[in-house]
Design a protein around this ligand. Structure first.
Ligand code: GLN
Length: 565
């Protein structure tokens, strides 16, 4: 995946400064600001523009790395090793472009940097205040993306809802940027238009109030994107335009979609990109129309599957599906590539035991054991892996999923009684998964993991080498513990082979069992790298193996034939 799209076509606005588009939220959280931002970015990118998206999170954590997934969903990891908000995953999946540390800023990080400057005496004895010092730091974090003149548009999503105490400095920074450069700055307000069933009516009042709140803070939104379960009538659009002081074409409907991947097309129908461009003074007659052919091709394959495959996702945060967002999306991308509907069965690892494993997993065509931290639910993961390994069910382990596969093999094939990961059992007699020596003294919980992209060489003749079609790769990591090299020869003799090795540190990054129809596990997280236009080869091969192993197909006569893309 390129760090930035290299094709700056004739519609590029190079030569002019980057333009800044802010996306704020009103009335309620969870309206899908990330998806709307990513969709707008997609439409602009599809016209040949160079676009980046940034998420500003008003919470005080320095990064989401220390947040429990129940709090905030998955922690997404960038190639440069930043632990970020899951919205960055949407940005990468939609745009097929890598994001970096600069694309996710939190209040914690802003304060940390201001306080560090104060300690270094950089404020020359001044009283350090929210305005101007915090707001300047916020503006700097936004403008840093524009100043690299790599991007025509910087889209900045402000987390939270207008009116939250935490987001006040961010809105103030937006106000200042708009005031300093009104021609190159635009504010989109995403809001909710609730439907009152009893009255049979859509209601605009909450939106009027949230726009009023923005106005009190000195910001007039240019465009309203209205989340709604029912189409906006012309009179509702007029009312919203009139009372919120925006032009009629700037009221954009965002109706509930069947899939998030429909949203760019829905936004195009509503002409969101055209309104944005004309408000930023771009002559529409001179720019390319969006080219969304590949996107539409993906959607067609996604919506018209030839068969269904049942994949069990074994994890301990399954109640909140956002905890495994990138895995679910990577499975969807692979499914579309194979014209296969991937039905994910979310299975809580704490509910699996030797006794019920057949009943819980027996109907599945493939088993994926998810990443995670800590001991809760480990036994269920080990049972699931044992079941997949001994019943020839396609298995894919990711990070903790790989570590559990190693432990299961050590115990049940190598007869190393009580073998474990030292994360779960510190004084196990057989620490087949262990901390690297230099990690042992670290006590700070933030940023002490192996994070971001590391190289990995793939063994000749291995399944992974064939799947990737190359001899060396780079994949993203987020973990502390590693395969213990001391046991490697024993594992390999018994049939579990280390087929991916870090060429620098020689750490084991991939294991596979060649005698099994499909048993692959990775220490890294391939799910972060899967995008709509570049589905990840490991997910494709896993879903393909599950289809081949599966009980039947819906529309296709021959499974192998149906998989030919
Ligand atoms: N808890 C394990 C480790 O720290 C695995 C982490 C993960 O699955 N992301 O190594």
């Amino acid at each position: 995946m390129p760090h930035t799209p290299s094709d700056s076509s004739k519609s590029s606005i190079n030569g002019r400064n980057s333009r800044y588009i802010f996306v704020t939220g009103g009335v309620s959280s969870s309206l899908g600001k990330g998806i709307v931002s990513a969709s707008l970015a997609k439409l602009l990118q599809a016209r040949g523009y160079r676009v980046t998206i940034q998420k500003l999170d008003p919470y005080i954590n320095v990064d989401p790395g220390t947040l429990n997934p129940y709090e905030h969903g998955e922690c997404y990891v960038t190639v440069d090793g930043a632990e970020t908000d899951l919205d960055l995953g949407h940005y990468e999946r939609f745009l097929n472009v890598c994001t970096t540390q600069a694309n996710n800023i939190t209040t914690g990080r802003i304060y940390q940097s201001v306080i560090n400057k104060e300690r270094r005496g950089e404020y020359l004895g001044k009283t350090v205040q929210i305005i101007p010092h915090i707001t300047d730091e916020i503006k700097r974090s936004i403008q840093i993306l524009g100043s690299q003149s790599e991007f025509d548009f910087v889209i900045t999503e402000i987390g939270g809802t207008v009116g939250d105490i935490e987001s006040l400095p961010y809105i103030e920074a937006v106000r200042q940027m708009k005031w300093q450069n009104p021609k190159d700055t635009l504010v989109i307000h995403l809001t909710l238009i609730p439907y009152l069933k009893a009255a049979g009516e859509l209601k605009t009042k909450p939106t009027q109030h949230s726009v009023k709140q923005l106005l009190e803070l000195g910001v007039q939104p240019d465009i309203l994107v209205c989340r709604t379960e029912h189409h906006l009538t012309p009179s509702i659009r007029t009312k919203l335009a009139q009372f919120c002081n925006v032009s009629h074409d700037s009221v954009i409907e965002s109706i509930d979609a069947e899939t998030i991947y429909d949203v760019p097309l829905l936004m195009q129908e509503e002409r969101l990109d055209e309104v944005v461009l004309s408000k930023l003074d771009v002559d529409l007659s001179k720019v390319d129309k969006p080219n969304l052919t590949e996107w539409k091709n993906f959607l067609y394959r996604f919506k018209n599957p030839d068969q269904t495959v049942h994949i069990g996702l074994i994890g301990k945060y399954v109640e909140l599906k956002d905890s495994y967002k990138s895995i679910a999306e990577a499975l969807a991308h692979a499914g579309a590539n194979l014209k296969t509907r991937v039905e994910i069965h979310w299975i809580h690892s704490e509910q699996i035991s030797r006794k019920n494993v057949q009943e819980k997993l027996g109907h599945l065509n493939g088993i994926l054991v998810a990443p995670g931290f800590g001991s809760r639910g480990i036994d269920g993961k080990l049972e699931s892996i044992h079941f997949a390994r001994t019943n020839d069910i396609p298995f894919f382990g990711i990070c903790l999923g790989m570590q559990c596969a190693v432990v299961e093999f050590a115990r049940n094939v190598l007869d190393l009684t009580d073998a474990h990961s030292s994360e779960i059992k510190e004084y196990t007699p057989h620490p087949v998964i262990n901390l690297m020596a230099e990690q042992k003294s670290i006590t700070d919980m933030g940023g002490t993991m192996r994070l971001g992209a590391y190289p990995c060489d793939l063994m000749e003749g291995s399944k992974v080498r064939e799947i990737y079609g190359t001899s060396s790769i780079e994949e993203r990591h987020r973990h502390r513990y590693e395969f213990n090299e001391e046991y490697r020869a024993q594992f390999e003799k018994a049939g579990m082979i280390a087929t991916g090795i870090n060429p620098v540190s020689e750490l084991v990054e991939i294991i596979e069992i060649p005698a099994h129809p499909y048993f692959i596990a990775t220490q890294f997280h391939p799910e972060y790298a899967s995008t709509v236009l570049a589905p990840h080869p490991l997910f494709i091969s896993f879903v393909r193996a599950a289809v081949i192993a599966g009980p039947g197909t819906v529309n296709a006569e021959n499974k192998e034939d149906s998989l030919r893309a």
